[in-house]
Design a protein around this ligand. Sequence first.
Ligand code: ADP
Length: 158
Amino acid sequence: MKIGFYPGSFDPITFGHVDIATRGAKLFDKLYVAVSRNPNKKMMFSAEERFELVKEVLKDIPNIEVIRSDILTVEHCRQLGATHILRGLRAVTDYDYEFQQTNFNRTISNEIDTVFLMTEGRYSFLSSSSVRELAVFKGDVSPFVPDVVKKAIFAKLK
Ligand code: ADP
């Protein structure tokens, strides 16, 4: 059984993440989508809220299991028997960070490799931070996030 691990902050989950998760689920028998706590980032949603939103949005994909992650990605992969980390690539600006992170992970554990999926063109400029910013300025986030996420953003900003 081929098991993948797609980690992220998902603050909040966008159609870009959904695209990568949906396509990634076709590459593995099972795909864990891991919502990380990421203490280095200032978040709009708590870990619990992000987790619940991701679970709701991806609930119709049978081989995806949404989990929380508070430990090192490679360690978590080992515990779950995942052989591959899945990441999305938008533009060359993602490349530097991902290249560094992939090699770092490989140094910690050379059994776990990382695979990348290129985002669909229409999502290449989409990020959770741009959605958050747009929402703060009362812009319409509908083209970028599922309805349940849109509602959660507006509840949060009330
Ligand atoms: P992290 O803090 O781990 O970067 P993110 O939630 O920002 O968490 O992103 C998780 C993963 O999803 C990353 O691999 C990122 O490149 C990818 N991703 C984010 N937005 C998009 C998008 N619009 N299209 C494709 N991949 C995306």
